[in-house]
Design a protein around this ligand. Structure first.
Ligand code: HEC
Ligand code: HEC
Length: 347
């Protein structure tokens, strides 16, 4: 009887050791996958990672927060409602953002990707630190209409969050610094750098067709003065002639109060651009054909129009129909399917 019991104990013990070994193995595998990769064709990062080192636990907490509607007043809207993975973390079915109580914002939602390389946030650059971006959404009356302090109170009452904060930061305390750092850790991991174009420039086997290569050449000549580097933005604020009346949205002037900044908006990245329609700060252009038509014959004259779009009184950028098609084919090579479908980032 007692020998039988010892046998059973032995079997159980072996089973336990074996199972913890295999657990260890499956545990280390995703751990290796979890790594922030700095692409060799990108410029130097802007975010200070030393002030907020990314850990798997911090990232998981940030992801949980990003997809949790508890952040909104009536628990209906999560960050992920306006920043949807398949459209490079932007909202595609609305020209301007669509938030709580079906209220509309004033601007087209921006994609959340490659935040590590950005120094000014929003279309008007009104925020200079990624950690300070989310509070704007939480407290905006047309987005989530909540207060940050009430969000923390609600999270403290849940079963899961104190534990997740402990995993990420060592104790169960939920405070504003930890909350926003975790959200940033999730957003910083959203790196898109594996499009066919990237694999072509890094010599990793990506091929571009003859049309796409000609499109790339045309893009370099006609567009890259503003959409520069492999991030496809020089991070400057410019007026590209979408409007000539800025009363509804003065853009950069809203932040600087300088009249000469009226109508200037941040040059957006063009990565995954096929997925991020509608286009421009007001979502006024539905497709890339309209965008190219805008640059050739839709540019509106105003005192703040970028000088490069008004050369000797000729407005816009000269392009033939075939050239436009080639530029659009090239822009298609910036779609990064790995990023758009990466399960680590999914809800
Ligand atoms: C109702 C829709 C909506 C919700 C909800 C929302 N956002 Fe946004 N988000 C936007 C819009 C619109 C912009 C652009 C605003 C602007 O430029 O004025 C934006 C911009 C951003 C940016 C700046 C990107 C850049 O390139 O400058 C980040 C980061 C961001 N949101 C993260 C979040 C996070 C985190 C949450 C949740 C706490 C959130 N958003 C909730 C609509 C939303
Ligand atoms: C003078 C600088 C400048 C040049 C040159 C320029 N752009 Fe832009 N581009 C901008 C600015 C600024 C915006 C945002 C304007 C806004 O929202 O009001 C923009 C927006 C866009 C968008 C919309 C992206 C989005 O996510 O909404 C696309 C697409 C685009 N540009 C493509 C091009 C192409 C293609 C060319 C060359 C034919 C080009 N641009 C040349 C400054 C420029």
């Amino acid at each position: 009887m007692s020998r039988k019991f010892i046998y059973i104990l032995l079997i159980l013990f072996t089973a336990f050791v074996l199972s913890s070994c295999t657990k260890e193995e499956t545990k280390t595998e995703p751990e290796q996958e979890f790594k922030l990769v700095i692409p060799s064709n990108f410029p130097a990062p802007e975010y200070d990672l030393e002030s907020n080192p990314i850990t798997k636990e911090g990232f998981e907490l940030g992801k949980m927060i990003f997809y949790d509607p508890i952040l909104s007043r009536d628990s209906t809207i999560a960050c992920g409602n306006c920043h949807i993975q398949y459209s490079a973390f932007t909202q595609t079915d609305h020209s301007v953002s669509h938030g709580i109580d079906n209220l509309l914002g004033k601007r087209n939602s921006l994609p959340v990707m490659n935040m590590l390389w950005q120094k000014n946030f929003f279309w008007d650059g009104g925020v200079h630190n990624l950690d300070l971006v989310p509070i704007n959404a939480i407290e905006s009356p047309v987005e989530m209409d909540e207060t940050a302090s009430h969000v923390f109170e609600k999270l403290r009452k849940t079963e899961r969050y104190p534990r997740l904060f402990k995993n990420a930061f060592g104790t169960e305390e939920i405070n504003s610094q930890r909350f926003f750092k975790a959200l940033s850790q999730f957003m910083l991991m959203l790196v898109s750098a594996n499009s066919r174009y990237d694999k072509y420039v890094r010599g990793e086997g990506g091929q571009l067709s003859a049309d796409e290569l000609e499109g790339l050449q045309l893009f370099k000549e006609k567009c890259s003065s503003c959409h520069s580097t492999d991030l496809f933005t020089d991070h400057s604020f410019r007026n590209n002639g979408i409007k000539n009346d800025f009363k509804h949205d003065p853009g950069l002037a809203l932040i600087t109060y300088i009249p000469a900044d009226s109508g200037k908006f941040r040059v957006p990245s063009l990565r995954n651009v096929l997925q991020t329609a509608p286009y421009m700060h007001d979502g006024s252009l539905d497709n890339l054909e309209s965008v190219l038509d805008h640059y050739t014959n839709g540019v509106k004259l105003s005192s703040t129009l970028d000088p490069s779009l008004n050369v000797n009184g000729t407005l816009g950028i000269a392009l033939t129909e075939t050239e436009k098609t080639k530029i659009i084919s090239f822009l298609g090579t910036l779609t990064d399917e790995e990023f758009l479908k990466d399960k680590r980032f999914s809800e």
